[in-house]
Design a protein around this ligand. Sequence first.
Ligand SMILES: Nc1ncnc2c1ncn2[C@@H]1O[C@H](COP(=O)(O)OP(=O)(O)OP(=O)(O)O)[C@@H](O)[C@H]1O
Ligand SMILES: [Mg+2]
Length: 151
Amino acid sequence: MKLLLTDTQATLNLGIVLGQTLIAGSVVLLEGDLGAGKTTLVQGIGQGLGITDPIVSPTFTLINEYSEGRLPLYHLDLYRLEPQEVAGLNLEMYWEGVEVTLGIVAIEWAERMPYQPRSYLQVHLTYSDEGHRQAEITPFNCTINKVIATL
Ligand SMILES: Nc1ncnc2c1ncn2[C@@H]1O[C@H](COP(=O)(O)OP(=O)(O)OP(=O)(O)O)[C@@H](O)[C@H]1O
Ligand SMILES: [Mg+2]
C-alpha cells in the first residue's frame, strides 16, 4: 500500500494512527534514505500512544524507551551498526517481551537487520516530487489497520 505524505504533519498523522491502533508486540521496520522521515513517523507513533516526552533520534544511544503511553515504545536506530553487530544485540527480546514489557518496537535503518521478526509492518519512506514523501507500507504476517487507507 502506497501513501503520499505531502508534509511533515502527514508523516506524523500516519504515525499517530499506528500509535493508536497497533497491539502490544507490534514491530514497525522503517527503511529509507537519510532524512526520509523515519524519526518523524516514530514521533507520530509516540503521539498516538499518548507519550508527551519528546521523541529524539536514538542514533547515538541505539535505543530510547518511553513508558508513559498506552504501551511502551522501544525506538531503535541501527544507522551506525553493521549487520553482524546487529545480530549480537538480541533485538528479539523487545518483540518477544523477554525481560521487558511487551510494547511497540520501531526500528530505523531496519535494512541493517540480519533477521526479521515473524510478523512486522515494513514502512519504506522515499523522497517524492516537490519535497514530498511517499510511504510504502507492507504487512508481513499481520494486517494494516483500515483507518490508514483513509489518510
Ligand atoms: N512528508 C514529508 N514531507 C516533507 N518533509 C518531511 C515529511 N516528513 C518528514 N519531513 C521532514 O524531513 C526531515 C527529516 O525527517 P526525519 O529526521 O524524520 O528523517 P529520518 O529518516 O529519521 O532521517 P535519518 O536518516 O537521519 O534518521 C525533517 O525536517 C522532517 O520534518
Ligand atoms: Mg532518524
